[in-house]
Design a protein around this ligand. Structure first.
Ligand code: BEZ
Ligand code: FE
Length: 289
């Protein structure tokens, strides 16, 4: 009977309406969603005003969201949902640990040759990255697609500063591994940064008196035929925010040495350097699949 519903009877009544769902998984997800959402509402004794605040909040998150300002992704990130989903789906195995994608990945990125400077001319301390992609048996993965993206030395991604010299293509690229699984690029040293706090998600962080900071990192996304895709990032050892990432994404296995070098030393690509620079090398492992 769907009339005269009470606090006690409404949950089962709503759940029953999913009995005819298009498939069992859809039914399961909605039945559990209704259960937890309604249990939550009863538990906190949600007021009408709080419900309205929540609806208004989600509406504002939606209005702000776009391909370059993914406020909904950020909401999932600051609530730990993105990392939880990643953990459930890539928890164990011999591959490099994965972590969240974040809101600054964009599809429109230039293809770059190995060794290319992908900084887009953004000023900063030079960084030389050399990577190798192996499979779980230790064999090189040739022709793997490697997406990489990172912030500038002030902690901003190019998509956050489209009006400045940070052109659309700066500090991000799509590379391919060579026959030996190796890839490399030159860019600039990134920096720790706050997640965007000028939208609705910032209100949550301020209300909770939470730090918005993420430790310094470089993002990677790998695709190779015959292998499981991998989304991950490398964090700088010694970063002050490693243990209090605003989006819970740090894993010990992903902390790398960003090795400092003096002016006068030679870069990994053979360039004699007249200014200080850093180098990072890493071996990534993809699961066969
Ligand atoms: C990022 O690492 O790009 C990122 C991840 C989650 C929230 C904000 C930024
Ligand atoms: Fe990032």
């Amino acid at each position: 009977m769907s009339i005269d519903l009470t606090e006690e009877t409404i949950t089962a009544e709503v759940q029953k309406t999913f009995d005819g769902a298009v498939d069992e998984r859809t039914r399961e997800i909605f039945v559990k969603l209704v259960q937890h959402l309604q249990d939550f509402t009863r538990e906190v004794r949600l007021t009408g005003e709080e419900w309205f605040t929540a609806v208004d909040f989600l509406e504002r998150v939606g209005r702000l969201s776009s391909p370059t300002r993914q406020e909904f992704v950020l909401l999932s990130d600051i609530l730990g949902l993105s990392v939880l989903v990643d953990q459930i789906n890539h928890g164990e195995g011999s591959a490099t640990d994965s972590t969240l994608l974040g809101p600054f990945y964009v599809e429109g990125r230039p293809h770059a040759e190995n060794g290319a400077d992908i900084s887009g001319g953004v000023p900063g301390m030079p960084l030389f990255f050399t990577g190798r992609v192996l499979d779980s048996a230790g064999e090189p993965v040739a022709g793997a697609h490697v997406d990489t993206w990172h912030s500038d030395g002030e902690g901003f991604y190019n998509v956050q500063q489209a009006d400045k010299l940070h052109g659309e293509l700066a500090m991000r690229a799509l590379l391919s591994t060579g026959g030996d699984g190796r890839f490399s690029f030159r860019s600039i040293v990134p920096r720790y940064y706050p997640v965007p706090t000028d939208g609705p998600c910032g209100e949550i962080l301020r209300a909770a008196r939470r730090s918005p900071m993420r430790p310094e990192h470089i993002h990677f996304r790998f695709h190779a035929p015959g292998h499981e895709p991998l989304v991950t990032m490398l964090f700088r050892r010694g970063d002050p925010y490693l243990e209090r990432d605003a989006v819970f994404g740090v894993k010990r296995s992903l902390v790398a040495d960003f090795v400092p070098h003096e002016a006068g030393e030679t870069a990994p690509d053979g360039t004699p350097m007249t200014e200080p620079f850093q180098t990072v090398s890493w071996v990534f492992t993809l699961e066969r699949g």
